[in-house]
Design a protein around this ligand. Structure first.
Ligand code: PGA
Length: 248
């Protein structure tokens, strides 16, 4: 069975005072039977990782190289050294803002694995692609291009994040989420060791909130969520984690 994971992506939000949100989560969910992850900005990774409790910490991106002349970038080795256990790669904001290609995302995932970080590989279609009936084709291309061969349940999480649902308050229908996740599971099984593909956690992301989390977590092949806006405040993220715990 895939592990249940509630992952929060703080994006470019959060200063040291925000670490209190993580402390609150750790107190509220001590002994939780689901995995809880916060991906704060790089400036807070080591401070977040030093906090007591069971909240895991991840980066939001990494460079494919271990070190070198890449001003402003952070390597997987640096995240590992800071106490991270995960790193998000291929988030749509990176694919759009930084023109990241599937190949670059693939190389970042390999870099993550080489440092024993779990890669959270993000994929998802635009609204235009969905309206043109291209969703499965887009997901297949992104999965084939971004998830390196050899992916294991222990080192890879796939997050399905329709681009048009991120930060917009809009989500696909539950039927559409189910269909996308079933397609992703099947496609992964066609490319990777079947038992590994079936053990990989598949997260839904895009406008997950306390009010819709329980229904999303009830869907087949949804093993958790990647949450942006609603992960910034412990009270909201805690409600989402509780919904996941109740579904486990
Ligand atoms: P959102 O972001 O929850 O604010 O829609 C999700 C994400 O980008 O991971």
């Amino acid at each position: 069975m895939p592990r249940k994971l509630a992952a929060g992506n703080w994006k470019m939000n959060g200063v040291q005072a925000s670490l209190g949100e993580i402390r609150t989560l750790a107190e509220a969910h001590a002994g939780s039977d689901v995995d809880i992850l916060i991906c704060p900005p790089a400036t807070l990774v080591s401070l977040a990782a030093e906090l007591e409790g069971n909240i895991q910490v991840g980066g939001q991106d990494c460079h494919a190289n271990k070190n070198g002349a890449h001003t402003g970038d952070t390597s997987a080795a640096m995240l590992k050294d800071s106490g991270a256990g995960y790193v998000i790669v291929g988030h749509s904001e990176r694919r759009t803002d930084h023109k990241e290609t599937n190949q670059q995302v693939h190389d970042k995932a390999l870099a993550a694995w080489s440092e024993n970080l779990i890669a959270v590989v993000c994929i998802g279609e635009t609204l235009e692609e969905r309206e043109n009936g291209e969703t499965n084709q887009v997901l297949a291309n992104q999965l084939a291009g971004s998830v390196p061969i050899g992916a294991l349940a222990a080192n890879t999480v796939v997050a399905y994040e329709p681009v048009w649902a991120i930060g917009t308050g809009k989500i696909p229908t539950f039927e559409e989420i189910s269909q996308a996740h079933a397609f992703i599971r099947g496609f992964l099984a066609s490319q990777h060791e079947t038992s590994e593909a079936h053990g990989m956690s598949l997260l839904y992301g895009g406008s997950v909130k306390p009010s819709n989390a329980a229904e999303i977590f009830a869907l087949n092949n949804v093993d958790g969520a990647l949450v942006g806006g609603a992960s910034l405040k412990a009270v909201d993220f805690s409600a989402i984690i509780s919904a996941l715990e109740a579904s486990a």
